[in-house]
Design a protein around this ligand. Structure first.
Ligand code: NAP
Length: 340
């Protein structure tokens, strides 16, 4: 297990920002993850899981096809492989940056589809016992961008692999009008076979995401971001009714437990339009999407100052405190450590 010291983390983040890891290890196998945890606990070191490189991807054909992928596999490689086979279930999750292991943590979703719908099981390493444990979708307690791994079991498990079950010969259902328009622009799904339809939907999602700089591209400076920086708040019905008394024309959507309001709309209305540059000038709002905060050659401090500026602005204007989607790791907020 090659242990490296004083490793700058910026190259490992899509923002291109980050401090230095005192120790850094890339783990290709379950045994390496276990060994790294033993090493850290013997030295009383807090552990932050940034880069698990457990690989392996297996597509199992059959009446209900499945894909099993290691936590370190690039997520879009999985989606591409599934779409190429014409299997339905994850096509709307095309182009999302990151690895397979992150997807169950926040129940990754886009355009009305989420990983909870196809996930069969998640194999994890329990950092407390260092034993392997497998969870079904039901065990994961998935919610809107939420799971047990973000709540009661925050920091406890390291995801090792994920298994998804797809559908065959099923035309994808398009839930969002914006995606419906993009699909229609590519010819629509009516006259084509389900396998073709899956590939077309993937293409439409990628086109849409690229237009918002939400597909990683070294040539596009707007993609030096963490994607959406704030989650879309879900307000109680009463809180939303209250808000509507003070503001007209708020876009909203029904959601589990209340009403979902687009965070991007709140950000723009609070005075942070696309292209806004933070006071530190080293960070700004993407010129293509108000929810993406972009590193413009500055520092982590610039980006966090901008995040706080936006968050306070929205709170002042609407009384809604936005939650960060990325996890901030700093000396004042060390990572959760569950190793013995
Ligand atoms: P968008 O499509 O402009 O949507 C903005 C907001 O409106 C989101 O809260 C979205 O809900 C909601 N919305 C729009 N149409 C809706 C409908 N027909 N029914 C219910 N809710 C609707 O969002 P975007 O920022 O450009 O992102 C595109 C998609 O990628 C969104 O679904 C977004 O959530 C997803 N995304 C996910 C992540 C993540 O999982 N970390 C990160 C970036 C983007 P939803 O958010 O529930 O879709």
């Amino acid at each position: 297990m090659p242990l490296r010291e004083h490793v700058p983390l910026a190259p490992y983040t899509t923002l291109g920002l980050g401090g230095e890891a005192r120790y850094f290890v890339e783990c290709d196998t379950e045994d390496q993850v276990r060994a790294a945890l033993v090493h850290a606990s013997a030295r009383h070191l807090p552990v932050y899981v940034l880069r698990i490189t457990v690989g392996g991807i297996e597509f199992r054909d059959g009446p209900t096809p499945e894909v099993r992928a290691g936590a370190g596999v690039d997520w879009d490689t999985v989606v591409q492989g599934v779409a190429e086979r014409g299997w339905t279930g994850v096509e709307c999750l095309s182009g999302i940056p990151g690895t397979v292991g992150g997807t169950p943590i926040q129940n990754v979703g886009a355009y009305g589809q989420e990983i909870a719908e196809t996930l069969v099981s998640v194999a994890c390493l329990d950092r407390t016992t260092r034993e392997r444990q497998t969870f079904t979708a039901e065990d994961c307690a998935f919610g809107y961008r939420d799971s047990r791994f973000k709540r009661a079991d925050r920091g406890r498990y390291i995801v090792l692999e994920v298994t998804l079950q797809l559908a065959r010969d099923r035309t994808p259902r398009i839930r969002y009008p914006e995606l419906q328009r993009a699909v229609a622009g590519l010819g629509g799904l009516e006259t084509i076979a389900p396998t073709e339809a899956v590939r077309l939907v993937r293409e439409a999602v990628l086109t849409l995401r690229r237009s918002k700089s939400m597909v990683l591209d070294p040539a596009d400076p707007n993609t030096r971001s963490a994607g959406s920086f704030f989650t879309n708040p879900v307000l109680s019905v009463d809180a939303f009714a209250d808000l509507e008394k003070r503001w007209t024309g708020i876009p909203s959507f029904p959601a589990d437990g209340g009403v979902k309001v687009p965070a991007a709309w709140l950000v723009e209305q609070a005075g942070f339009p696309k292209g806004y540059r933070g006071t530190g000038r080293g960070a700004g709002v993407s010129t293509r999407h108000a929810l993406a905060l972009v590193n413009l050659g500055g520092t982590s401090a610039d980006l966090l100052a901008l995040a706080e500026e936006v968050r306070s602005g929205v709170e002042r204007q609407f009384g809604i405190r936005l939650a960060y989607e990325p996890e901030v790791v700093s000396p004042s907020s060390p990572p959760p450590s569950r190793s013995r």
